[in-house]
Design a protein. Structure first.
Length: 307
């Protein structure tokens, strides 16, 4: 059965065009109303820096356009164990009123320096239902205590500070061959600062590979390579390093060796890391060669060139 409206559309086709235009306008005008239903976060995203083993407390807020019931405030799996929220649930969230959420960020003392990204979200039905949109993007930058000089950053595991050690600012000197030397002091339990970590910054103007530079400047006769004294390691952030893990052959007749040689990403410089012959690391729990090697390896892995 043909309705009167259908007959009118057939007799007057322009009515169909008007109807389509009307629908488009309804959708267009309704779009802001739909968008208004989204959660409004302040700030719109959060980035927080925190030292491993320390706690930082901050706050965010949100507004929902209409009243919500039985809502859970939760963190995404990436932030679980790192970020805690308070409150964690609300029986009623009034519409168009600001709600403040406190975030407590506590990376473990054993956490490595890294950037961790996740989100804070509201979930309906006591956490069993879907998440309301949008979530709040959160980025946590976990850091280690850091000292800087001559275009490099040296990060130290926070366990050094927890056990009474304080790493001081590097003392910089220039050697006869132009190599820059950074003497990094360490004070233990309030005692005097003594040079503990040594860093030499070598120029690499020809942009040689790490192996070629090492063969040209350190292992001139190739005895270290033959003995397998150093192993090349590709680090997580793209750096390359030669790390000592074997005995030094009697045939070696070169300069004093460092624990590791690290190539900068632009290949313009190479940093070598050494431990002073006399130090007080045993008072901080690094009493065995293996413990000290683990400490030096951690410093190498998180060594940064400022380029």
């Amino acid at each position: 059965m043909i309705t009167e409206m259908e007959n009118m559309m057939r007799r007057h086709p322009y009515f169909l065009g008007l109807a389509v235009i009307a629908v488009i306008w309804v959708v267009f005008l309704a779009a802001p109303l739909v968008a208004k239903k989204a959660i409004s976060w302040t700030p719109s995203s959060l980035e927080q820096e925190v030292l491993a083993g320390k706690t930082v407390t901050t706050s965010v807020s949100f507004i929902v356009p209409k009243k919500l019931h039985d809502t859970v405030i939760e963190v995404s799996p990436e932030l679980a164990g790192l970020v805690a929220v308070n409150p964690t649930s609300l029986e009623v969230i009034p519409g168009d009123k600001e709600v403040v959420v406190t975030l407590t960020i506590s990376p473990a003392a054993t956490a490595s320096p890294e950037a961790i990204e996740g989100a804070i979200m509201l979930r309906k039905d006591r956490g069993q239902g879907e998440a309301y949109q949008p979530p709040l993007p959160v980025k946590v930058n976990v850091k280690w205590p850091t000292v800087s000089a001559e275009g490099v950053q040296i990060q130290f595991p926070p366990t050094i500070q927890e056990l009474g050690g304080i790493v001081g600012s590097p003392q910089v000197s220039i050697r006869e061959n132009g190599t820059r030397f950074l003497d990094v002091p360490l004070s233990v339990n309030g005692g005097p600062s003594e040079g503990t970590f040594g860093i030499l910054i070598h120029e690499n103007p020809n942009l040689l590979s790490l192996e070629d530079w090492f063969a040209r400047e350190i292992d001139i006769e190739g005895s270290l390579q033959s003995a397998g004294t150093f192993t090349k390691v590709n680090l997580a952030d793209g750096k390359q390093a030669l790390i000592g893990n074997g005995p030094v052959p009697d045939a070696f007749d070169g300069p004093p060796l460092s624990y590791a040689y690290i190539l900068s990403p632009n290949k313009r410089s190479i940093a070598s890391l050494s431990l002073a012959q006399e130090h007080e690391l045993e008072l901080l729990g690094f009493a065995t060669p293996g413990a000290r090697e683990s400490l030096l390896r951690a410093i190498v892995e998180h060594f940064t060139f400022e380029e």
